[in-house]
Design a binder for this molecule. Sequence first.
Ligand code: LRH
Ligand code: MN
Length: 426
Amino acid sequence: MKLSLDKISDHNSKLKLSHQDEWDFLSNKLSKEGVDVDELIQKIKDFQIAVPSWALGAGGTRFGRFGIGGEPRNLEEKLADIGLLKDLTRKTDSVSLHIPWDIPSDYSAIKSLASELGISFDAMNSNTFQDNGGSETYKLGSLGNSKKAVRDQAVAHNIEVVEIGKKLGSKGLTVWLADGSNFPGQSSLRSALQWTQESLTEIYKAMPDDWKMLLEYKPYEPNFYHTIIPDWGTSSLLCKSLGDRAKVLVDLGHHLPNTNIEQIVATLMYQDMLAGFHFNDSKYGDDDLTTGSIKPYQLFLIFCELISGSEDGAQAWESISWMIDASHNTKDPLEDLMQALEMISISFAKALLVDRRKLTTCQIEGDVVGAQECLQEAFQRDVRPLVREARIQNGGAADPIMLYRSLAVRKNLISERGAESRSTGL
Ligand code: LRH
Ligand code: MN
């Protein structure tokens, strides 16, 4: 559903007065504090996030799935939904496809539709955690399977994903492996790691020189005794053995409880080994909940590390990929994504407002309270008028969810696609 500019400008003019008051108050305060407000807005406008093609329909768990209706039935409709998100938020200029869920039927048609919508193709995701019609099964693993024939099939699949991505202009391959075991003794832990390394080496060699590999780790699920790539250390160990275009992908939900993820981010940037993010949030496991909905302070601290790491030259901001990876069990997927985009922008904006010079002084002088006050000063600030102003200046809606609802978009999608339409994905 294409959103006409006048619908957005009508909506923005209705909210103009209330927004202008709030924005004038905040921008005056920031300017008085010596903040370059225009530079701040430009950074927020430029910060774009890739949408996962598998998160435009209702997700589910093994206990059930509740459809939302009007879900995209094919890649064309997925791109249309991302185009709508882009019109509303001006935050989503790319899509991350998952193969085989999103194999284009007509490459030139998909490419022209995507460019018409102003959407590019971010990292491609391979899938060797489900059987996709190959002669070998991935039940007991793929790239790390004890059977060579299974490993070869999984390597071939990843190379096929690279070929699909090349036709679409993607420059990255995300590899996440469900591979592991459910019981002690089931797997040879060292051999499984060695086979995985050998398989990844073949895939890495098949990637064009301007591509990067994003190697995603996860401690458990669907295997519950061991996972071959369970943590950032194992992922970076493998990446280093492959080459400097292989780096570690941090999915926020892929950590054991109370893991200090911002420290992992700092450690990876210290080695220029951070590939990017799968943004989401979680209370217990890989819950794939709305980003910033459970642990907003952690998300803020992660952005603090990202900003200090790039400003101090540890790793270039441009080298990092930004993607959402969520599953919508009880929310409208598009509303959930708009909430996530807002929370990511808010956390980034707050982190940009940290007085890093004062913080560094406190850290060096051991002023523990002073250091925390620097972070709290930024975190407790209401930056929503700033994020809203950046979105409006970018041509987006002042309040995307309000406009989405006032236009009854979901109702229109249901009448267009049907109440039972189902999107490919998890
Ligand atoms: C694994 C994961 C991975 C995707 C899948 C949809 O939990 O995070 O990134 O392939 O979700
Ligand atoms: Mn993920």
